[in-house]
Design a protein. Structure first.
Length: 171
């Protein structure tokens, strides 16, 4: 699939079929995550692949009742590794780590699209609860939850801003 085609075809899906994801596809997700760009190539991110139904249901509670999280066969929790501050100071821990996780998630979303799966980027959750549920070390900050599975819905494309409202050309 052409990259721009995948970008335009991808949708935020919140209804999933109860169908297992193959190990081969899971391996492509790992590659997509680790090949994302990273500040100083420090790769200050970790990802938790959650298959356990009880953990996913607890994540629903932490995410203010977004029950589609538990419907997906897989939820990936992207975490920033705050130890980057040892290299880049507060800008590293407050910005670069979030950028690292975000770049990996964008790769993940596009790879899911390429593999015929659906996903949604969830940022609305209680960080402390997610940290507790996953027993994260203190240096990891959960940034996003990404439910992934086979789509049980086909949302229409969302409206986009005009190109001239989104991009300013500086000559």
């Amino acid at each position: 699939m052409d990259v721009l085609q995948a970008i335009k075809a991808r949708r935020s899906v919140r209804r999933f079929l109860r169908k297992e994801i193959s190990k081969e596809i899971l391996d492509t997700f790992v590659d997509a995550i680790i090949w994302a760009p990273s500040a100083g190539n420090l790769q200050s991110r970790e990802f938790y692949f959650v298959f356990n139904q009880q953990i996913k249901e607890r994540l629903v509670d932490a995410a203010w009742g977004q029950d589609f999280i538990a419907q997906a066969p897989l939820c990936i929790v992207g975490c920033a590794d705050l130890r980057i501050k040892n290299h880049y100071g507060s800008r590293g821990s407050e910005l670069y780590t979030i950028q690292d996780v975000s770049a990996s998630i964008q790769n993940l979303l596009l790879e899911a699209q390429e593999q015929g799966l659906a996903s949604v980027w969830v940022g609305a959750f209680e960080e402390a609860e997610v940290s507790e549920i996953l027993n994260l070390p203190k240096y990891l900050r959960p940034i996003a939850i990404v439910p992934i599975g086979y789509a049980a819905e086909s949302p229409l494309p969302p409206k986009r801003v005009k190109k001239e409202d989104a991009v300013i050309i500086v000559k």
